[in-house]
Design a protein around this ligand. Structure first.
Ligand code: PLP
Length: 348
């Protein structure tokens, strides 16, 4: 039996991925040149399908990178004038701040995962505000409505790490300037590629700062991707898999609805365990796509699950010893959730 993965990244890939890979091989896609007409046609089509399925405004731009970590660095090197301000309550937001600090003046505002993001601490001197929409490490999220609140309180560019939610949630992309993800989470694809969605304001900022010094400077990326080309030989198979899987994807509003229902089902299911708690305790702060569950002995659940080919996520960072995580990503099938719940019943 193929192992069941509830790991929140790299995660379960869509079942049709093997078919798309075979198709890419037999159609010669794996060997095409990234300056060829065929490549340009593929990227053009990918942009069209992606914008349609995810509801991205047509005046936004997209670039494809090697990872989300690279996107963190691009924001620091190519979009930050003087200062970025980072709001975070978990390990990924902290890591973003740490990487940005090496390149720019990055200020940190950490907050408790049981609190809403402290908008009253928005700084006038920051020209990029960075927030982690879905904190994969602890299962918390910043809601759509809250991103709109941040928008109404600052003129700075807003950059949103949506790495473990883009492809699963319907965002109002107009409420922020930079959105990025990598494909091994909600997009249900093998790892090895990131994408960054940019507002016209973000593109204007890149032009103002005119950074072209690095192979991955944002303007170097934009010059190429706007012509459906790439600054270096890119992950052509990754681009193809994203195109094929997005073509086959339901509209994002429907995907989100499915995930919201499944999340409610998981929470209801887990409520029968006296010693398990879904974090954050405050429901409205909980991530839709990643459940972090505290329990007395996560190690046993993880190792017994592994023995049976049912893989949950380890706790992450400070939550390593006290939690395990369950991905609620679109590629996971209902019958797989049933199997996982049946397995967990033995711990009741
Ligand atoms: C996985 C993850 C990242 C890092 O993604 P890479 O593709 O490994 O660079 C960043 N932020 C969040 C919230 C994540 O879940």
């Amino acid at each position: 039996m193929t192992p069941l993965s509830f790991y929140p990244g790299p995660s379960r890939v869509y079942s049709r991925v093997p078919e798309y890979v075979l198709e890419a091989y037999s159609g010669g896609i794996m060997s095409i040149n990234h300056r060829s007409k065929r490549f340009r046609k593929m990227v053009g089509e990918l942009r069209e399908v992606l914008f349609d399925r995810q509801g991205i405004p047509s005046d936004y731009s997209v670039i494809f990178t090697s990872s989300a970590t690279e996107c963190w660095e691009i924001i620091a090197q190519s979009l930050t004038r003087n200062e970025s301000q980072h709001f975070f309550n978990g390990a990924f937001g902290a890591k973003w701040h740490a990487w940005a600090s090496r390149l720019t003046n990055a200020k940190a505002v950490s907050f408790d995962m049981e609190d809403t993001l402290p908008v009253h601490r928005l700084s006038d001197s920051a020209d990029v505000v960075c927030l982690t929409q879905n904190e994969t490490s602890n299962g918390s999220q910043v809601s759509r409505e809250f991103i709109a609140t941040v928008r109404s309180k600052t003129d700075a560019l807003i950059a949103v790490d949506a790495v473990s939610s883009m492809g699963g949630l319907a965002f109002d992309y107009s409420q922020a300037d930079v959105w990025f993800a990598s494909v091994q989470k909600c997009f249900g694809l093998p790892a090895g590629m990131g994408l960054m969605v940019l507002s016209p304001r973000a593109v204007a900022r890149a032009e103002e700062l005119a950074d072209r010094e690095r192979y991955n400077s944002l303007l170097v990326h934009l010059d190429n991707w706007s012509k459906n080309e790439a600054p270096y030989t890119p992950n052509v198979l990754g681009l193809y898999l994203l195109l094929r899987s997005q073509k086959n994807a339901k509209p994002i509003v429907e995907i989100e609805k499915k995930l919201v229902n499944r999340h409610a089902d998981w929470v209801e299911y887990l409520s029968r365990f006296a010693d398990m708690t879904v974090l954050p305790v405050k429901e409205e702060l909980r991530s839709t796509t990643v459940l972090a569950v505290t329990c007395p002995d996560p190690k046993t659940i993880l190792s017994r699950g592994n023995d049976l080919g049912i893989h949950f996520g380890k706790g992450y960072g400070p939550w390593q010893e006290t939690t395990f995580r369950i991905a609620n990503f679109p590629a996971i099938k209902r019958k797989e959730i049933d199997k996982a719940q049946k397995f967990l019943r033995s711990f009741c």
